[in-house]
Design a binder for this molecule. Structure first.
Ligand code: SF4
Length: 460
């Protein structure tokens, strides 16, 4: 999963892009990058780590940036290693001039296309799947939008792109629409972003989603053209964006993610109507709105029983392997006064391996929780994701390998409830007449595309 944004026709394009990236930081913390263009020679700056560090680093002083168009990227590795080389955007010089690309998603036929390109003599600088789009563009003459369209038609899997050439900003979304991509406006400038929140935080207005299979070309504050390069019968937007990934203040399918999560909690409360408890408690932060919805429907008191340390991020946890066991405790600490001697409904968004959930439940038991009913605002995850989310192989997914009773025992909870798939889809599809627009493959193992091996092998 990654976050992408592009801004054009603004003297503040680079600053707005970086501010947008800060808003999209939750979509990727491993590396950050920005390409600036328009009135200046195209240039790309990249760094490992958080956007805030990038803002303050010596070679990235904000006032060094100029240009009237920019694209930016925050990366969360799902394929190819996390390194500065693989940090995006990727900038090249080719038959079309200087071009830069930032990508959110996973191209599932990446290795197949890469092998074909290697046979034709292509030279690769990165191990990321994103680079193949640049090769496909560089190998075709003609109008850039048409070239992007013919290149996109060759890709399978998840691909939301922002592409920059001089002052021209292009947004392209795969025909399944796996990852979100939205269009907005600020004064005389257009913005394309992974989420509407990034547009609104920088003072812009969300206009609409870029449609699955659509390409939008923007220049000098005007939409020069927009067209569908491919149309399929069924959209497959990742339902997990609403469960976990997207910001609560972003808009998807006509409602905020916050509203969708509240509904998930309401449906969960209906599913668990026979269970009595003293309090409903969220696992911060993504369990918050589902717990609120649960509390409103069940009339059980909502309590915040965890203190979250916001300074413990992935960048700290990952290298500190020997602190792994401390991770749960460092991130979340239960408040004894809230939990002690209480019967609790604990609401979290999802359970992947079950390791973190087990640690949190142990923490609650340590401070005197009497009974714990664990409620998840999505169904059991039984299959990996091939479309840009870093879920582990099937053998590491707790729900793929254990019955409900076994999971309950393993977690040491008094009851365990997952939101049904039907209720999840109902929660997420407000304002959308066709409810069958979601990818739900990690809950069903029915994938909407052919799956080929998607591992980016170094050196291939
Ligand atoms: S498999 Fe799951 S996480 Fe991946 S795109 Fe589909 S719903 Fe989202």
């Amino acid at each position: 999963m990654c976050g992408i944004i592009g801004v054009e026709n603004s003297d503040n394009a680079s600053v707005l892009t970086l501010a947008g990236l800060l808003t999209l930081q939750h979509r990727g913390e491993e590396s950050v990058g920005i390409t600036i263009s328009g009135e200046v020679r195209m240039k790309t700056f990249k760094a490992m780590g958080l956007v805030s560090k990038f803002f303050n680093s010596d070679d990235m002083l904000i006032n060094k940036l100029s240009g009237t168009a920019a694209i930016g990227h925050v990366r969360y590795t799902t394929s190819a290693k996390s390194s500065l080389t693989n940090a995006q955007p990727f900038q090249i010089n080719c038959i079309h001039g200087n071009i830069s690309v930032a990508h959110n998603g996973n191209i599932t036929n990446f290795l197949k296309i890469k092998k074909l390109l290697l046979k034709k003599g292509a030279i690769f600088n990165h191990t990321s799947d994103t680079e193949i789009l640049l090769h496909l563009i560089a190998m075709s003459k003609g109008d850039l939008a048409d070239v992007v369209a013919s290149s996109m038609r060759k890709l399978e899997g998840a691909s939301s792109f922002v592409i920059l050439k001089d002052k021209t900003l292009i947004g392209a979304r795969d025909d399944n629409g796996f990852r979100p991509l939205v269009l907005g406006k600020i004064n005389n400038s257009y913005i394309i972003s992974s989420e509407s929140a990034a547009i609104e935080v920088i003072g812009g207005t969300y206009i609409r989603d870029i449609k699955p299979g659509e390409i939008v070309v923007i220049e000098n504050g005007q939409i020069k053209k927009s067209f569908l390069y491919k149309k399929r019968k069924k959209q497959n937007t990742c339902v997990f964006e609403q469960v976990y990934f997207s910001r609560p203040d972003s808009i998807m399918f006509g409602q905020t993610i916050k509203e969708a999560r509240i509904k998930m909690g309401e449906y969960l409360a209906c599913q668990m109507k026979d269970i009595k408890a003293d309090i409903v408690m969220p696992v911060p932060d993504t369990g918050y709105f589902a717990a609120l919805g649960f509390s409103r429907t069940s009339k059980i008191l909502f309590e915040n029983g965890f203190v979250r340390n916001h300074y413990v991020g992935r960048s700290f946890i990952k290298p500190a392997q020997n602190l792994r066991d401390l991770t749960a405790r460092l991130k979340l600490r239960p408040i004894k006064e809230v939990v002690d001697n209480k019967e609790i409904i604990l609401v979290d968004d999802s359970m992947v391996r079950g390791t973190t959930s087990k640690k949190l439940i142990n923490l609650l038991r340590d401070v005197g929780a009497k009974k714990i009913h664990f409620a998840l605002s999505c169904p059991p995850i039984i299959g990996p994701c091939y479309y840009g989310i870093d879920t582990p192989n099937i053998e590491h997914l707790i729900a793929a390998n254990n019955s409900l009773e076994e999971m309950k025992k393993h977690l040491n909870v008094d009851s365990l409830t997952f939101l049904s798939l039907e209720n999840l889809v109902k929660s997420c599809s407000f304002g959308n007449k066709n409810e069958k627009v979601f990818c739900t493959s990690c809950f069903t193992r029915k994938y909407p595309t052919k799956i080929s091996i998607n591992t980016c092998k170094e050196g291939l």
